[in-house]
Ligand binder design. Structure first.
Ligand code: PHE
Length: 339
């Protein structure tokens, strides 16, 4: 019996694994009810009294050795499970740079944040549009030259399917679905057939806004956009409105802000005027409300639309639009995500 115990002892001492199943087999072999150690204790009653002390000690030693072995191997098995399969050491300090948000996303999020503080929600719509939502409902008569202002990419002709030229199309969809009060922002990608240069691109991004309710006035429009300009470019920012033309608004205007680069003194960004244009706006034309089944006798509204690229150019002093699309990591890394 002594020899058997000694043999088991050697076997237990020599055993090693980092595989949890093998370790469990080992435990079962020695310690389970029908295992070797309980069997030894079973035989113990036949041991001659003179040898009991020694053999009892040996079995206990064996049991202890097996238990210790299991504890040691178990911690090895667990350590291995913590390591990813690729063999990377996750406790090493991170060597790879953390990504930053794209400047256009930062500016879009900031615009949404500013307007959401005064009750605007966000709506989205398709980039592939029909003529009605992009043009007809917005008071562009068929064959009207105002359609040419938009340099449209057509996908199909008659009935026309096109890439939306502005996100006003989303606002048409909102007005068709909801009765006023409506306070909505539509951010999104828009498409115009323009040659790519530092100042123009065939894909760009807009945020347009729409507010329709009883008694909405031009004063509301001015105050809302003044609030926006100061939140976006600083509390010292001034605004001015110049008369303009859009088919879907009457009266229409373009809003300038005091040049945030030179503070209005005059520089090459504002072409020495002290002012830079940031958006188009106006009172929603009653024809647009009627096209969307909103009673234009009862409701009025204002709308505005701005290019995110342009706001980002002014805010971050980016002088070439193409940088936004080239994904040059040296450019993108400069933007810290606060939004
Ligand atoms: N939809 C116009 C554009 O893309 C912008 C605009 C929106 C102007 C709302 C006035 C009112 O050019």
């Amino acid at each position: 019996m002594k020899e058997t115990i000694a043999k088991y002892f050697k076997e237990a001492e020599a055993f090693s694994t980092d595989n949890p199943e093998q370790l469990e087999q080992f435990r079962i072999k020695f310690l389970s009810k029908k295992g070797l150690i309980p069997a030894l204790f079973g035989e113990f009653k036949n041991v001659a009294p003179a040898e009991r002390k020694e053999i009892g000690q040996m079995i206990n030693n064996l049991k202890q050795a097996v238990q210790e072995k299991i504890i040691t191997l178990k911690s090895q098995v667990e350590q291995k499970a913590d390591q990813p399969a690729a063999g990377r050491d996750l406790t090493l300090p991170a060597a790879e740079a953390i990504g930053t948000r794209h400047p256009l996303s930062l500016v879009r999020n900031e615009i949404i944040d500013i307007f959401s503080r005064i009750g605007f929600s966000v709506s989205e719509g398709p980039e592939i549009e029909d003529d009605f939502h992009n043009f007809s409902a917005l008071n562009f008569p068929v064959e009207h030259p105002a359609r040419d202002m938009q340099d449209t990419f057509f996908i199909e002709k008659g009935p026309d399917i096109l890439l939306r030229t502005h996100t006003s199309s989303v606002q048409v969809r909102v007005m068709q679905k909801t009765q006023p009060p409506i306070r909505t922002l539509s951010p999104g990608r828009v498409f115009r057939n323009e040659a790519i240069s530092a100042r123009a691109h065939c894909i760009f991004h807009q945020v347009e806004g729409l507010y329709v309710d009883t008694q909405v006035s031009f004063a509301d429009l001015k105050q809302t956009l003044y609030f926006f300009a100061r939140e976006m470019f600083g509390q010292h920012t001034k605004t001015r409105f110049r008369p303009s033309y859009f088919p879907f608004t009457e009266p229409s205007a373009e809003m300038d802000i005091s040049c945030n680069i030179c503070g209005g003194k005059g520089c090459n960004i504002c072409k020495y005027t002290g002012w830079v244009e940031i958006l188009g706006c106006g009172m929603v034309d009653p024809n647009v409300l009627e096209a969307c089944d909103i009673d234009s006798e009862k409701y009025t509204g204002f709308a505005f639309g701005m290019g995110i690229e342009r706001i980002a150019m002014l805010k971050y002093r980016v002088n070439d639009l193409r940088l936004y699309f080239e994904n040059d990591i040296r450019f993108l890394r400069q933007f810290q995500a606060s939004y």
